[in-house]
Design a binder for this molecule. Structure first.
Ligand SMILES: Cc1ncc(COP(=O)(O)O)c(C=O)c1O
Length: 376
């Protein structure tokens, strides 16, 4: 038995940061400027610099960010390719903007679709015509094929949007997630790499799209924070100044939190490599957020029994990514009806994600790695 439970989630905040948050929030309250003030502006500026993009637009959730970037690409009335192995929000965003979803299956090496899957879908075509792809860097892993996928899509006149909800700080070939395609949406939901309680951030490089995205998050008001002229069919998806304060605090320590996760990933995976247990590797990336470590279950093992055995040792596993692919979710019953996506159907229920947080010690990471080898 380990000394204290090893948990799947950790809110990384120090006493000093709590004091700073309290003081800064007091200043917000006293100022009376509760939204779209200097904290939001500073958070956006720092986030854009971090990702290496020209513009970052803060929103109230990752979900609203996805909707806005799809609207920027005029996805309404078109078909958008989306991996079935993703969160509800990715598929829902396409449907909410009036698009049609065509699912893509996943490759077990990346848990994302392969280049060949994208090519097959594009060559097959769709009615209405395919306008682009809403890609997901599952678990923060950027597929080694992703740069080629972007190139292929652009060569065929298709956009590539990134759902970067898991991929804060992930980087490949010198470019960060959020700057690899034609627009991206991050999530700051509490269990993500960094949080703002709830929140999200759009990143993009086009000046006109920045202008429209700011309008879409603010009831369609173009070029103004306040006022009564509504030009675009937007929504109220701003964040508050207090959310932005937490965002600034979390962003400042993001590299440190990711470095800690990376260290734990290395310690957990070292015994897995030795034992020949298969997991989704990030070795090909410059940096990985290490949001989730996806371990493929050997034949004959079930997620339920492995989780229960680990819980006996005080190691508690959180959710996987994802246990149920979107095409099998009741809410999306009518989407791609009758089609099957065999890799996702096989691997979604047959993988586990061990605890991997910035709150783990080296010792805990080693305990997790050793326990996994014993139970797999
Ligand atoms: C892949 C993915 N996309 C989008 C979202 C939506 O983010 P949010 O909860 O901030 O709306 C999530 C998380 O919930 C997610 O995991």
């Amino acid at each position: 038995m380990t000394k204290s439970p090893i948990k799947p989630f950790y809110f990384d905040v120090t006493e000093e940061e709590i004091d700073f948050f309290a003081e800064a929030s007091k200043t917000v309250l006293k100022s009376g400027r509760l939204i779209l003030g200097e904290n939001t502006a500073e958070f956006e500026k720092a986030f854009a610099e971090y990702v290496g993009v020209k513009h970052a637009i803060a929103v109230n959730t990752g979900s609203s960010g996805l909707e806005i970037i799809l609207r920027l690409k005029k996805a309404e009335g078109t078909t958008v390719l989306v991996p079935t192995n993703t969160n509800f929000a990715t598929v829902a965003a396409v449907l909410r903007v009036g698009g049609v979803v065509q699912y893509l299956d996943m490759d077990e090496n990346t848990f994302a679709p392969s280049l060949q899957m994208v090519k097959d879908a594009v060559e097959k075509g769709s009615n209405p015509a395919i306008s682009g792809v809403l890609w997901v860097h599952i678990g923060g892993v950027i597929s080694p094929e992703f740069p080629e996928i972007v190139q292929y899509c652009h060569d065929h006149g298709l956009f590539v949007l990134e759902d970067t909800a898991h991929a804060h700080g992930s980087q490949i070939n010198g470019v960060q997630a959020g700057n690899l395609g034609d627009g991206a949406a991050f999530s700051f939901f509490p269990t993500k790499i960094m949080t703002t309680f709830e929140g999200g951030m759009i990143t993009l490089n086009d000046d006109e799209e920045d202008y429209i995205a700011r309008s879409l998050r603010n009831q369609g008001k173009r070029g103004m924070d306040f006022g009564g002229l509504h030009t675009d069919f937007g929504n109220s998806t701003r964040i508050s100044e207090v959310h932005a304060v937490l965002g600034r605090i979390q962003l400042a320590k993001l590299p440190q939190m990711i470095a800690r996760r990376q260290r734990c990933y290395e310690l957990i995976t070292a015994p897995l490599r030795e034992a020949g247990i298969k997991f989704v590797s990030t070795d090909h990336m410059d940096h990985a957020s290490q949001y989730k470590l996806m371990i493929l279950l050997p034949e004959g093992k079930t997620a339920k029994e492995v989780k229960a055995a680990l819980a006996e040792e005080d190691i508690f596993l959180g959710g996987t990514v994802y246990e149920i692919p979107c095409h099998l979710q009741p809410v999306f019953e009518g989407v791609c009806k009758g089609e099957s996506f065999p890799n996702a159907e096989y691997w979604c229920p047959r993988h586990i994600c061990p605890p991997l947080t910035s709150g783990m010690t080296d010792e805990e990471a080693k305990i997790v790695g050793d326990a996994l080898v014993r139970h797999l």
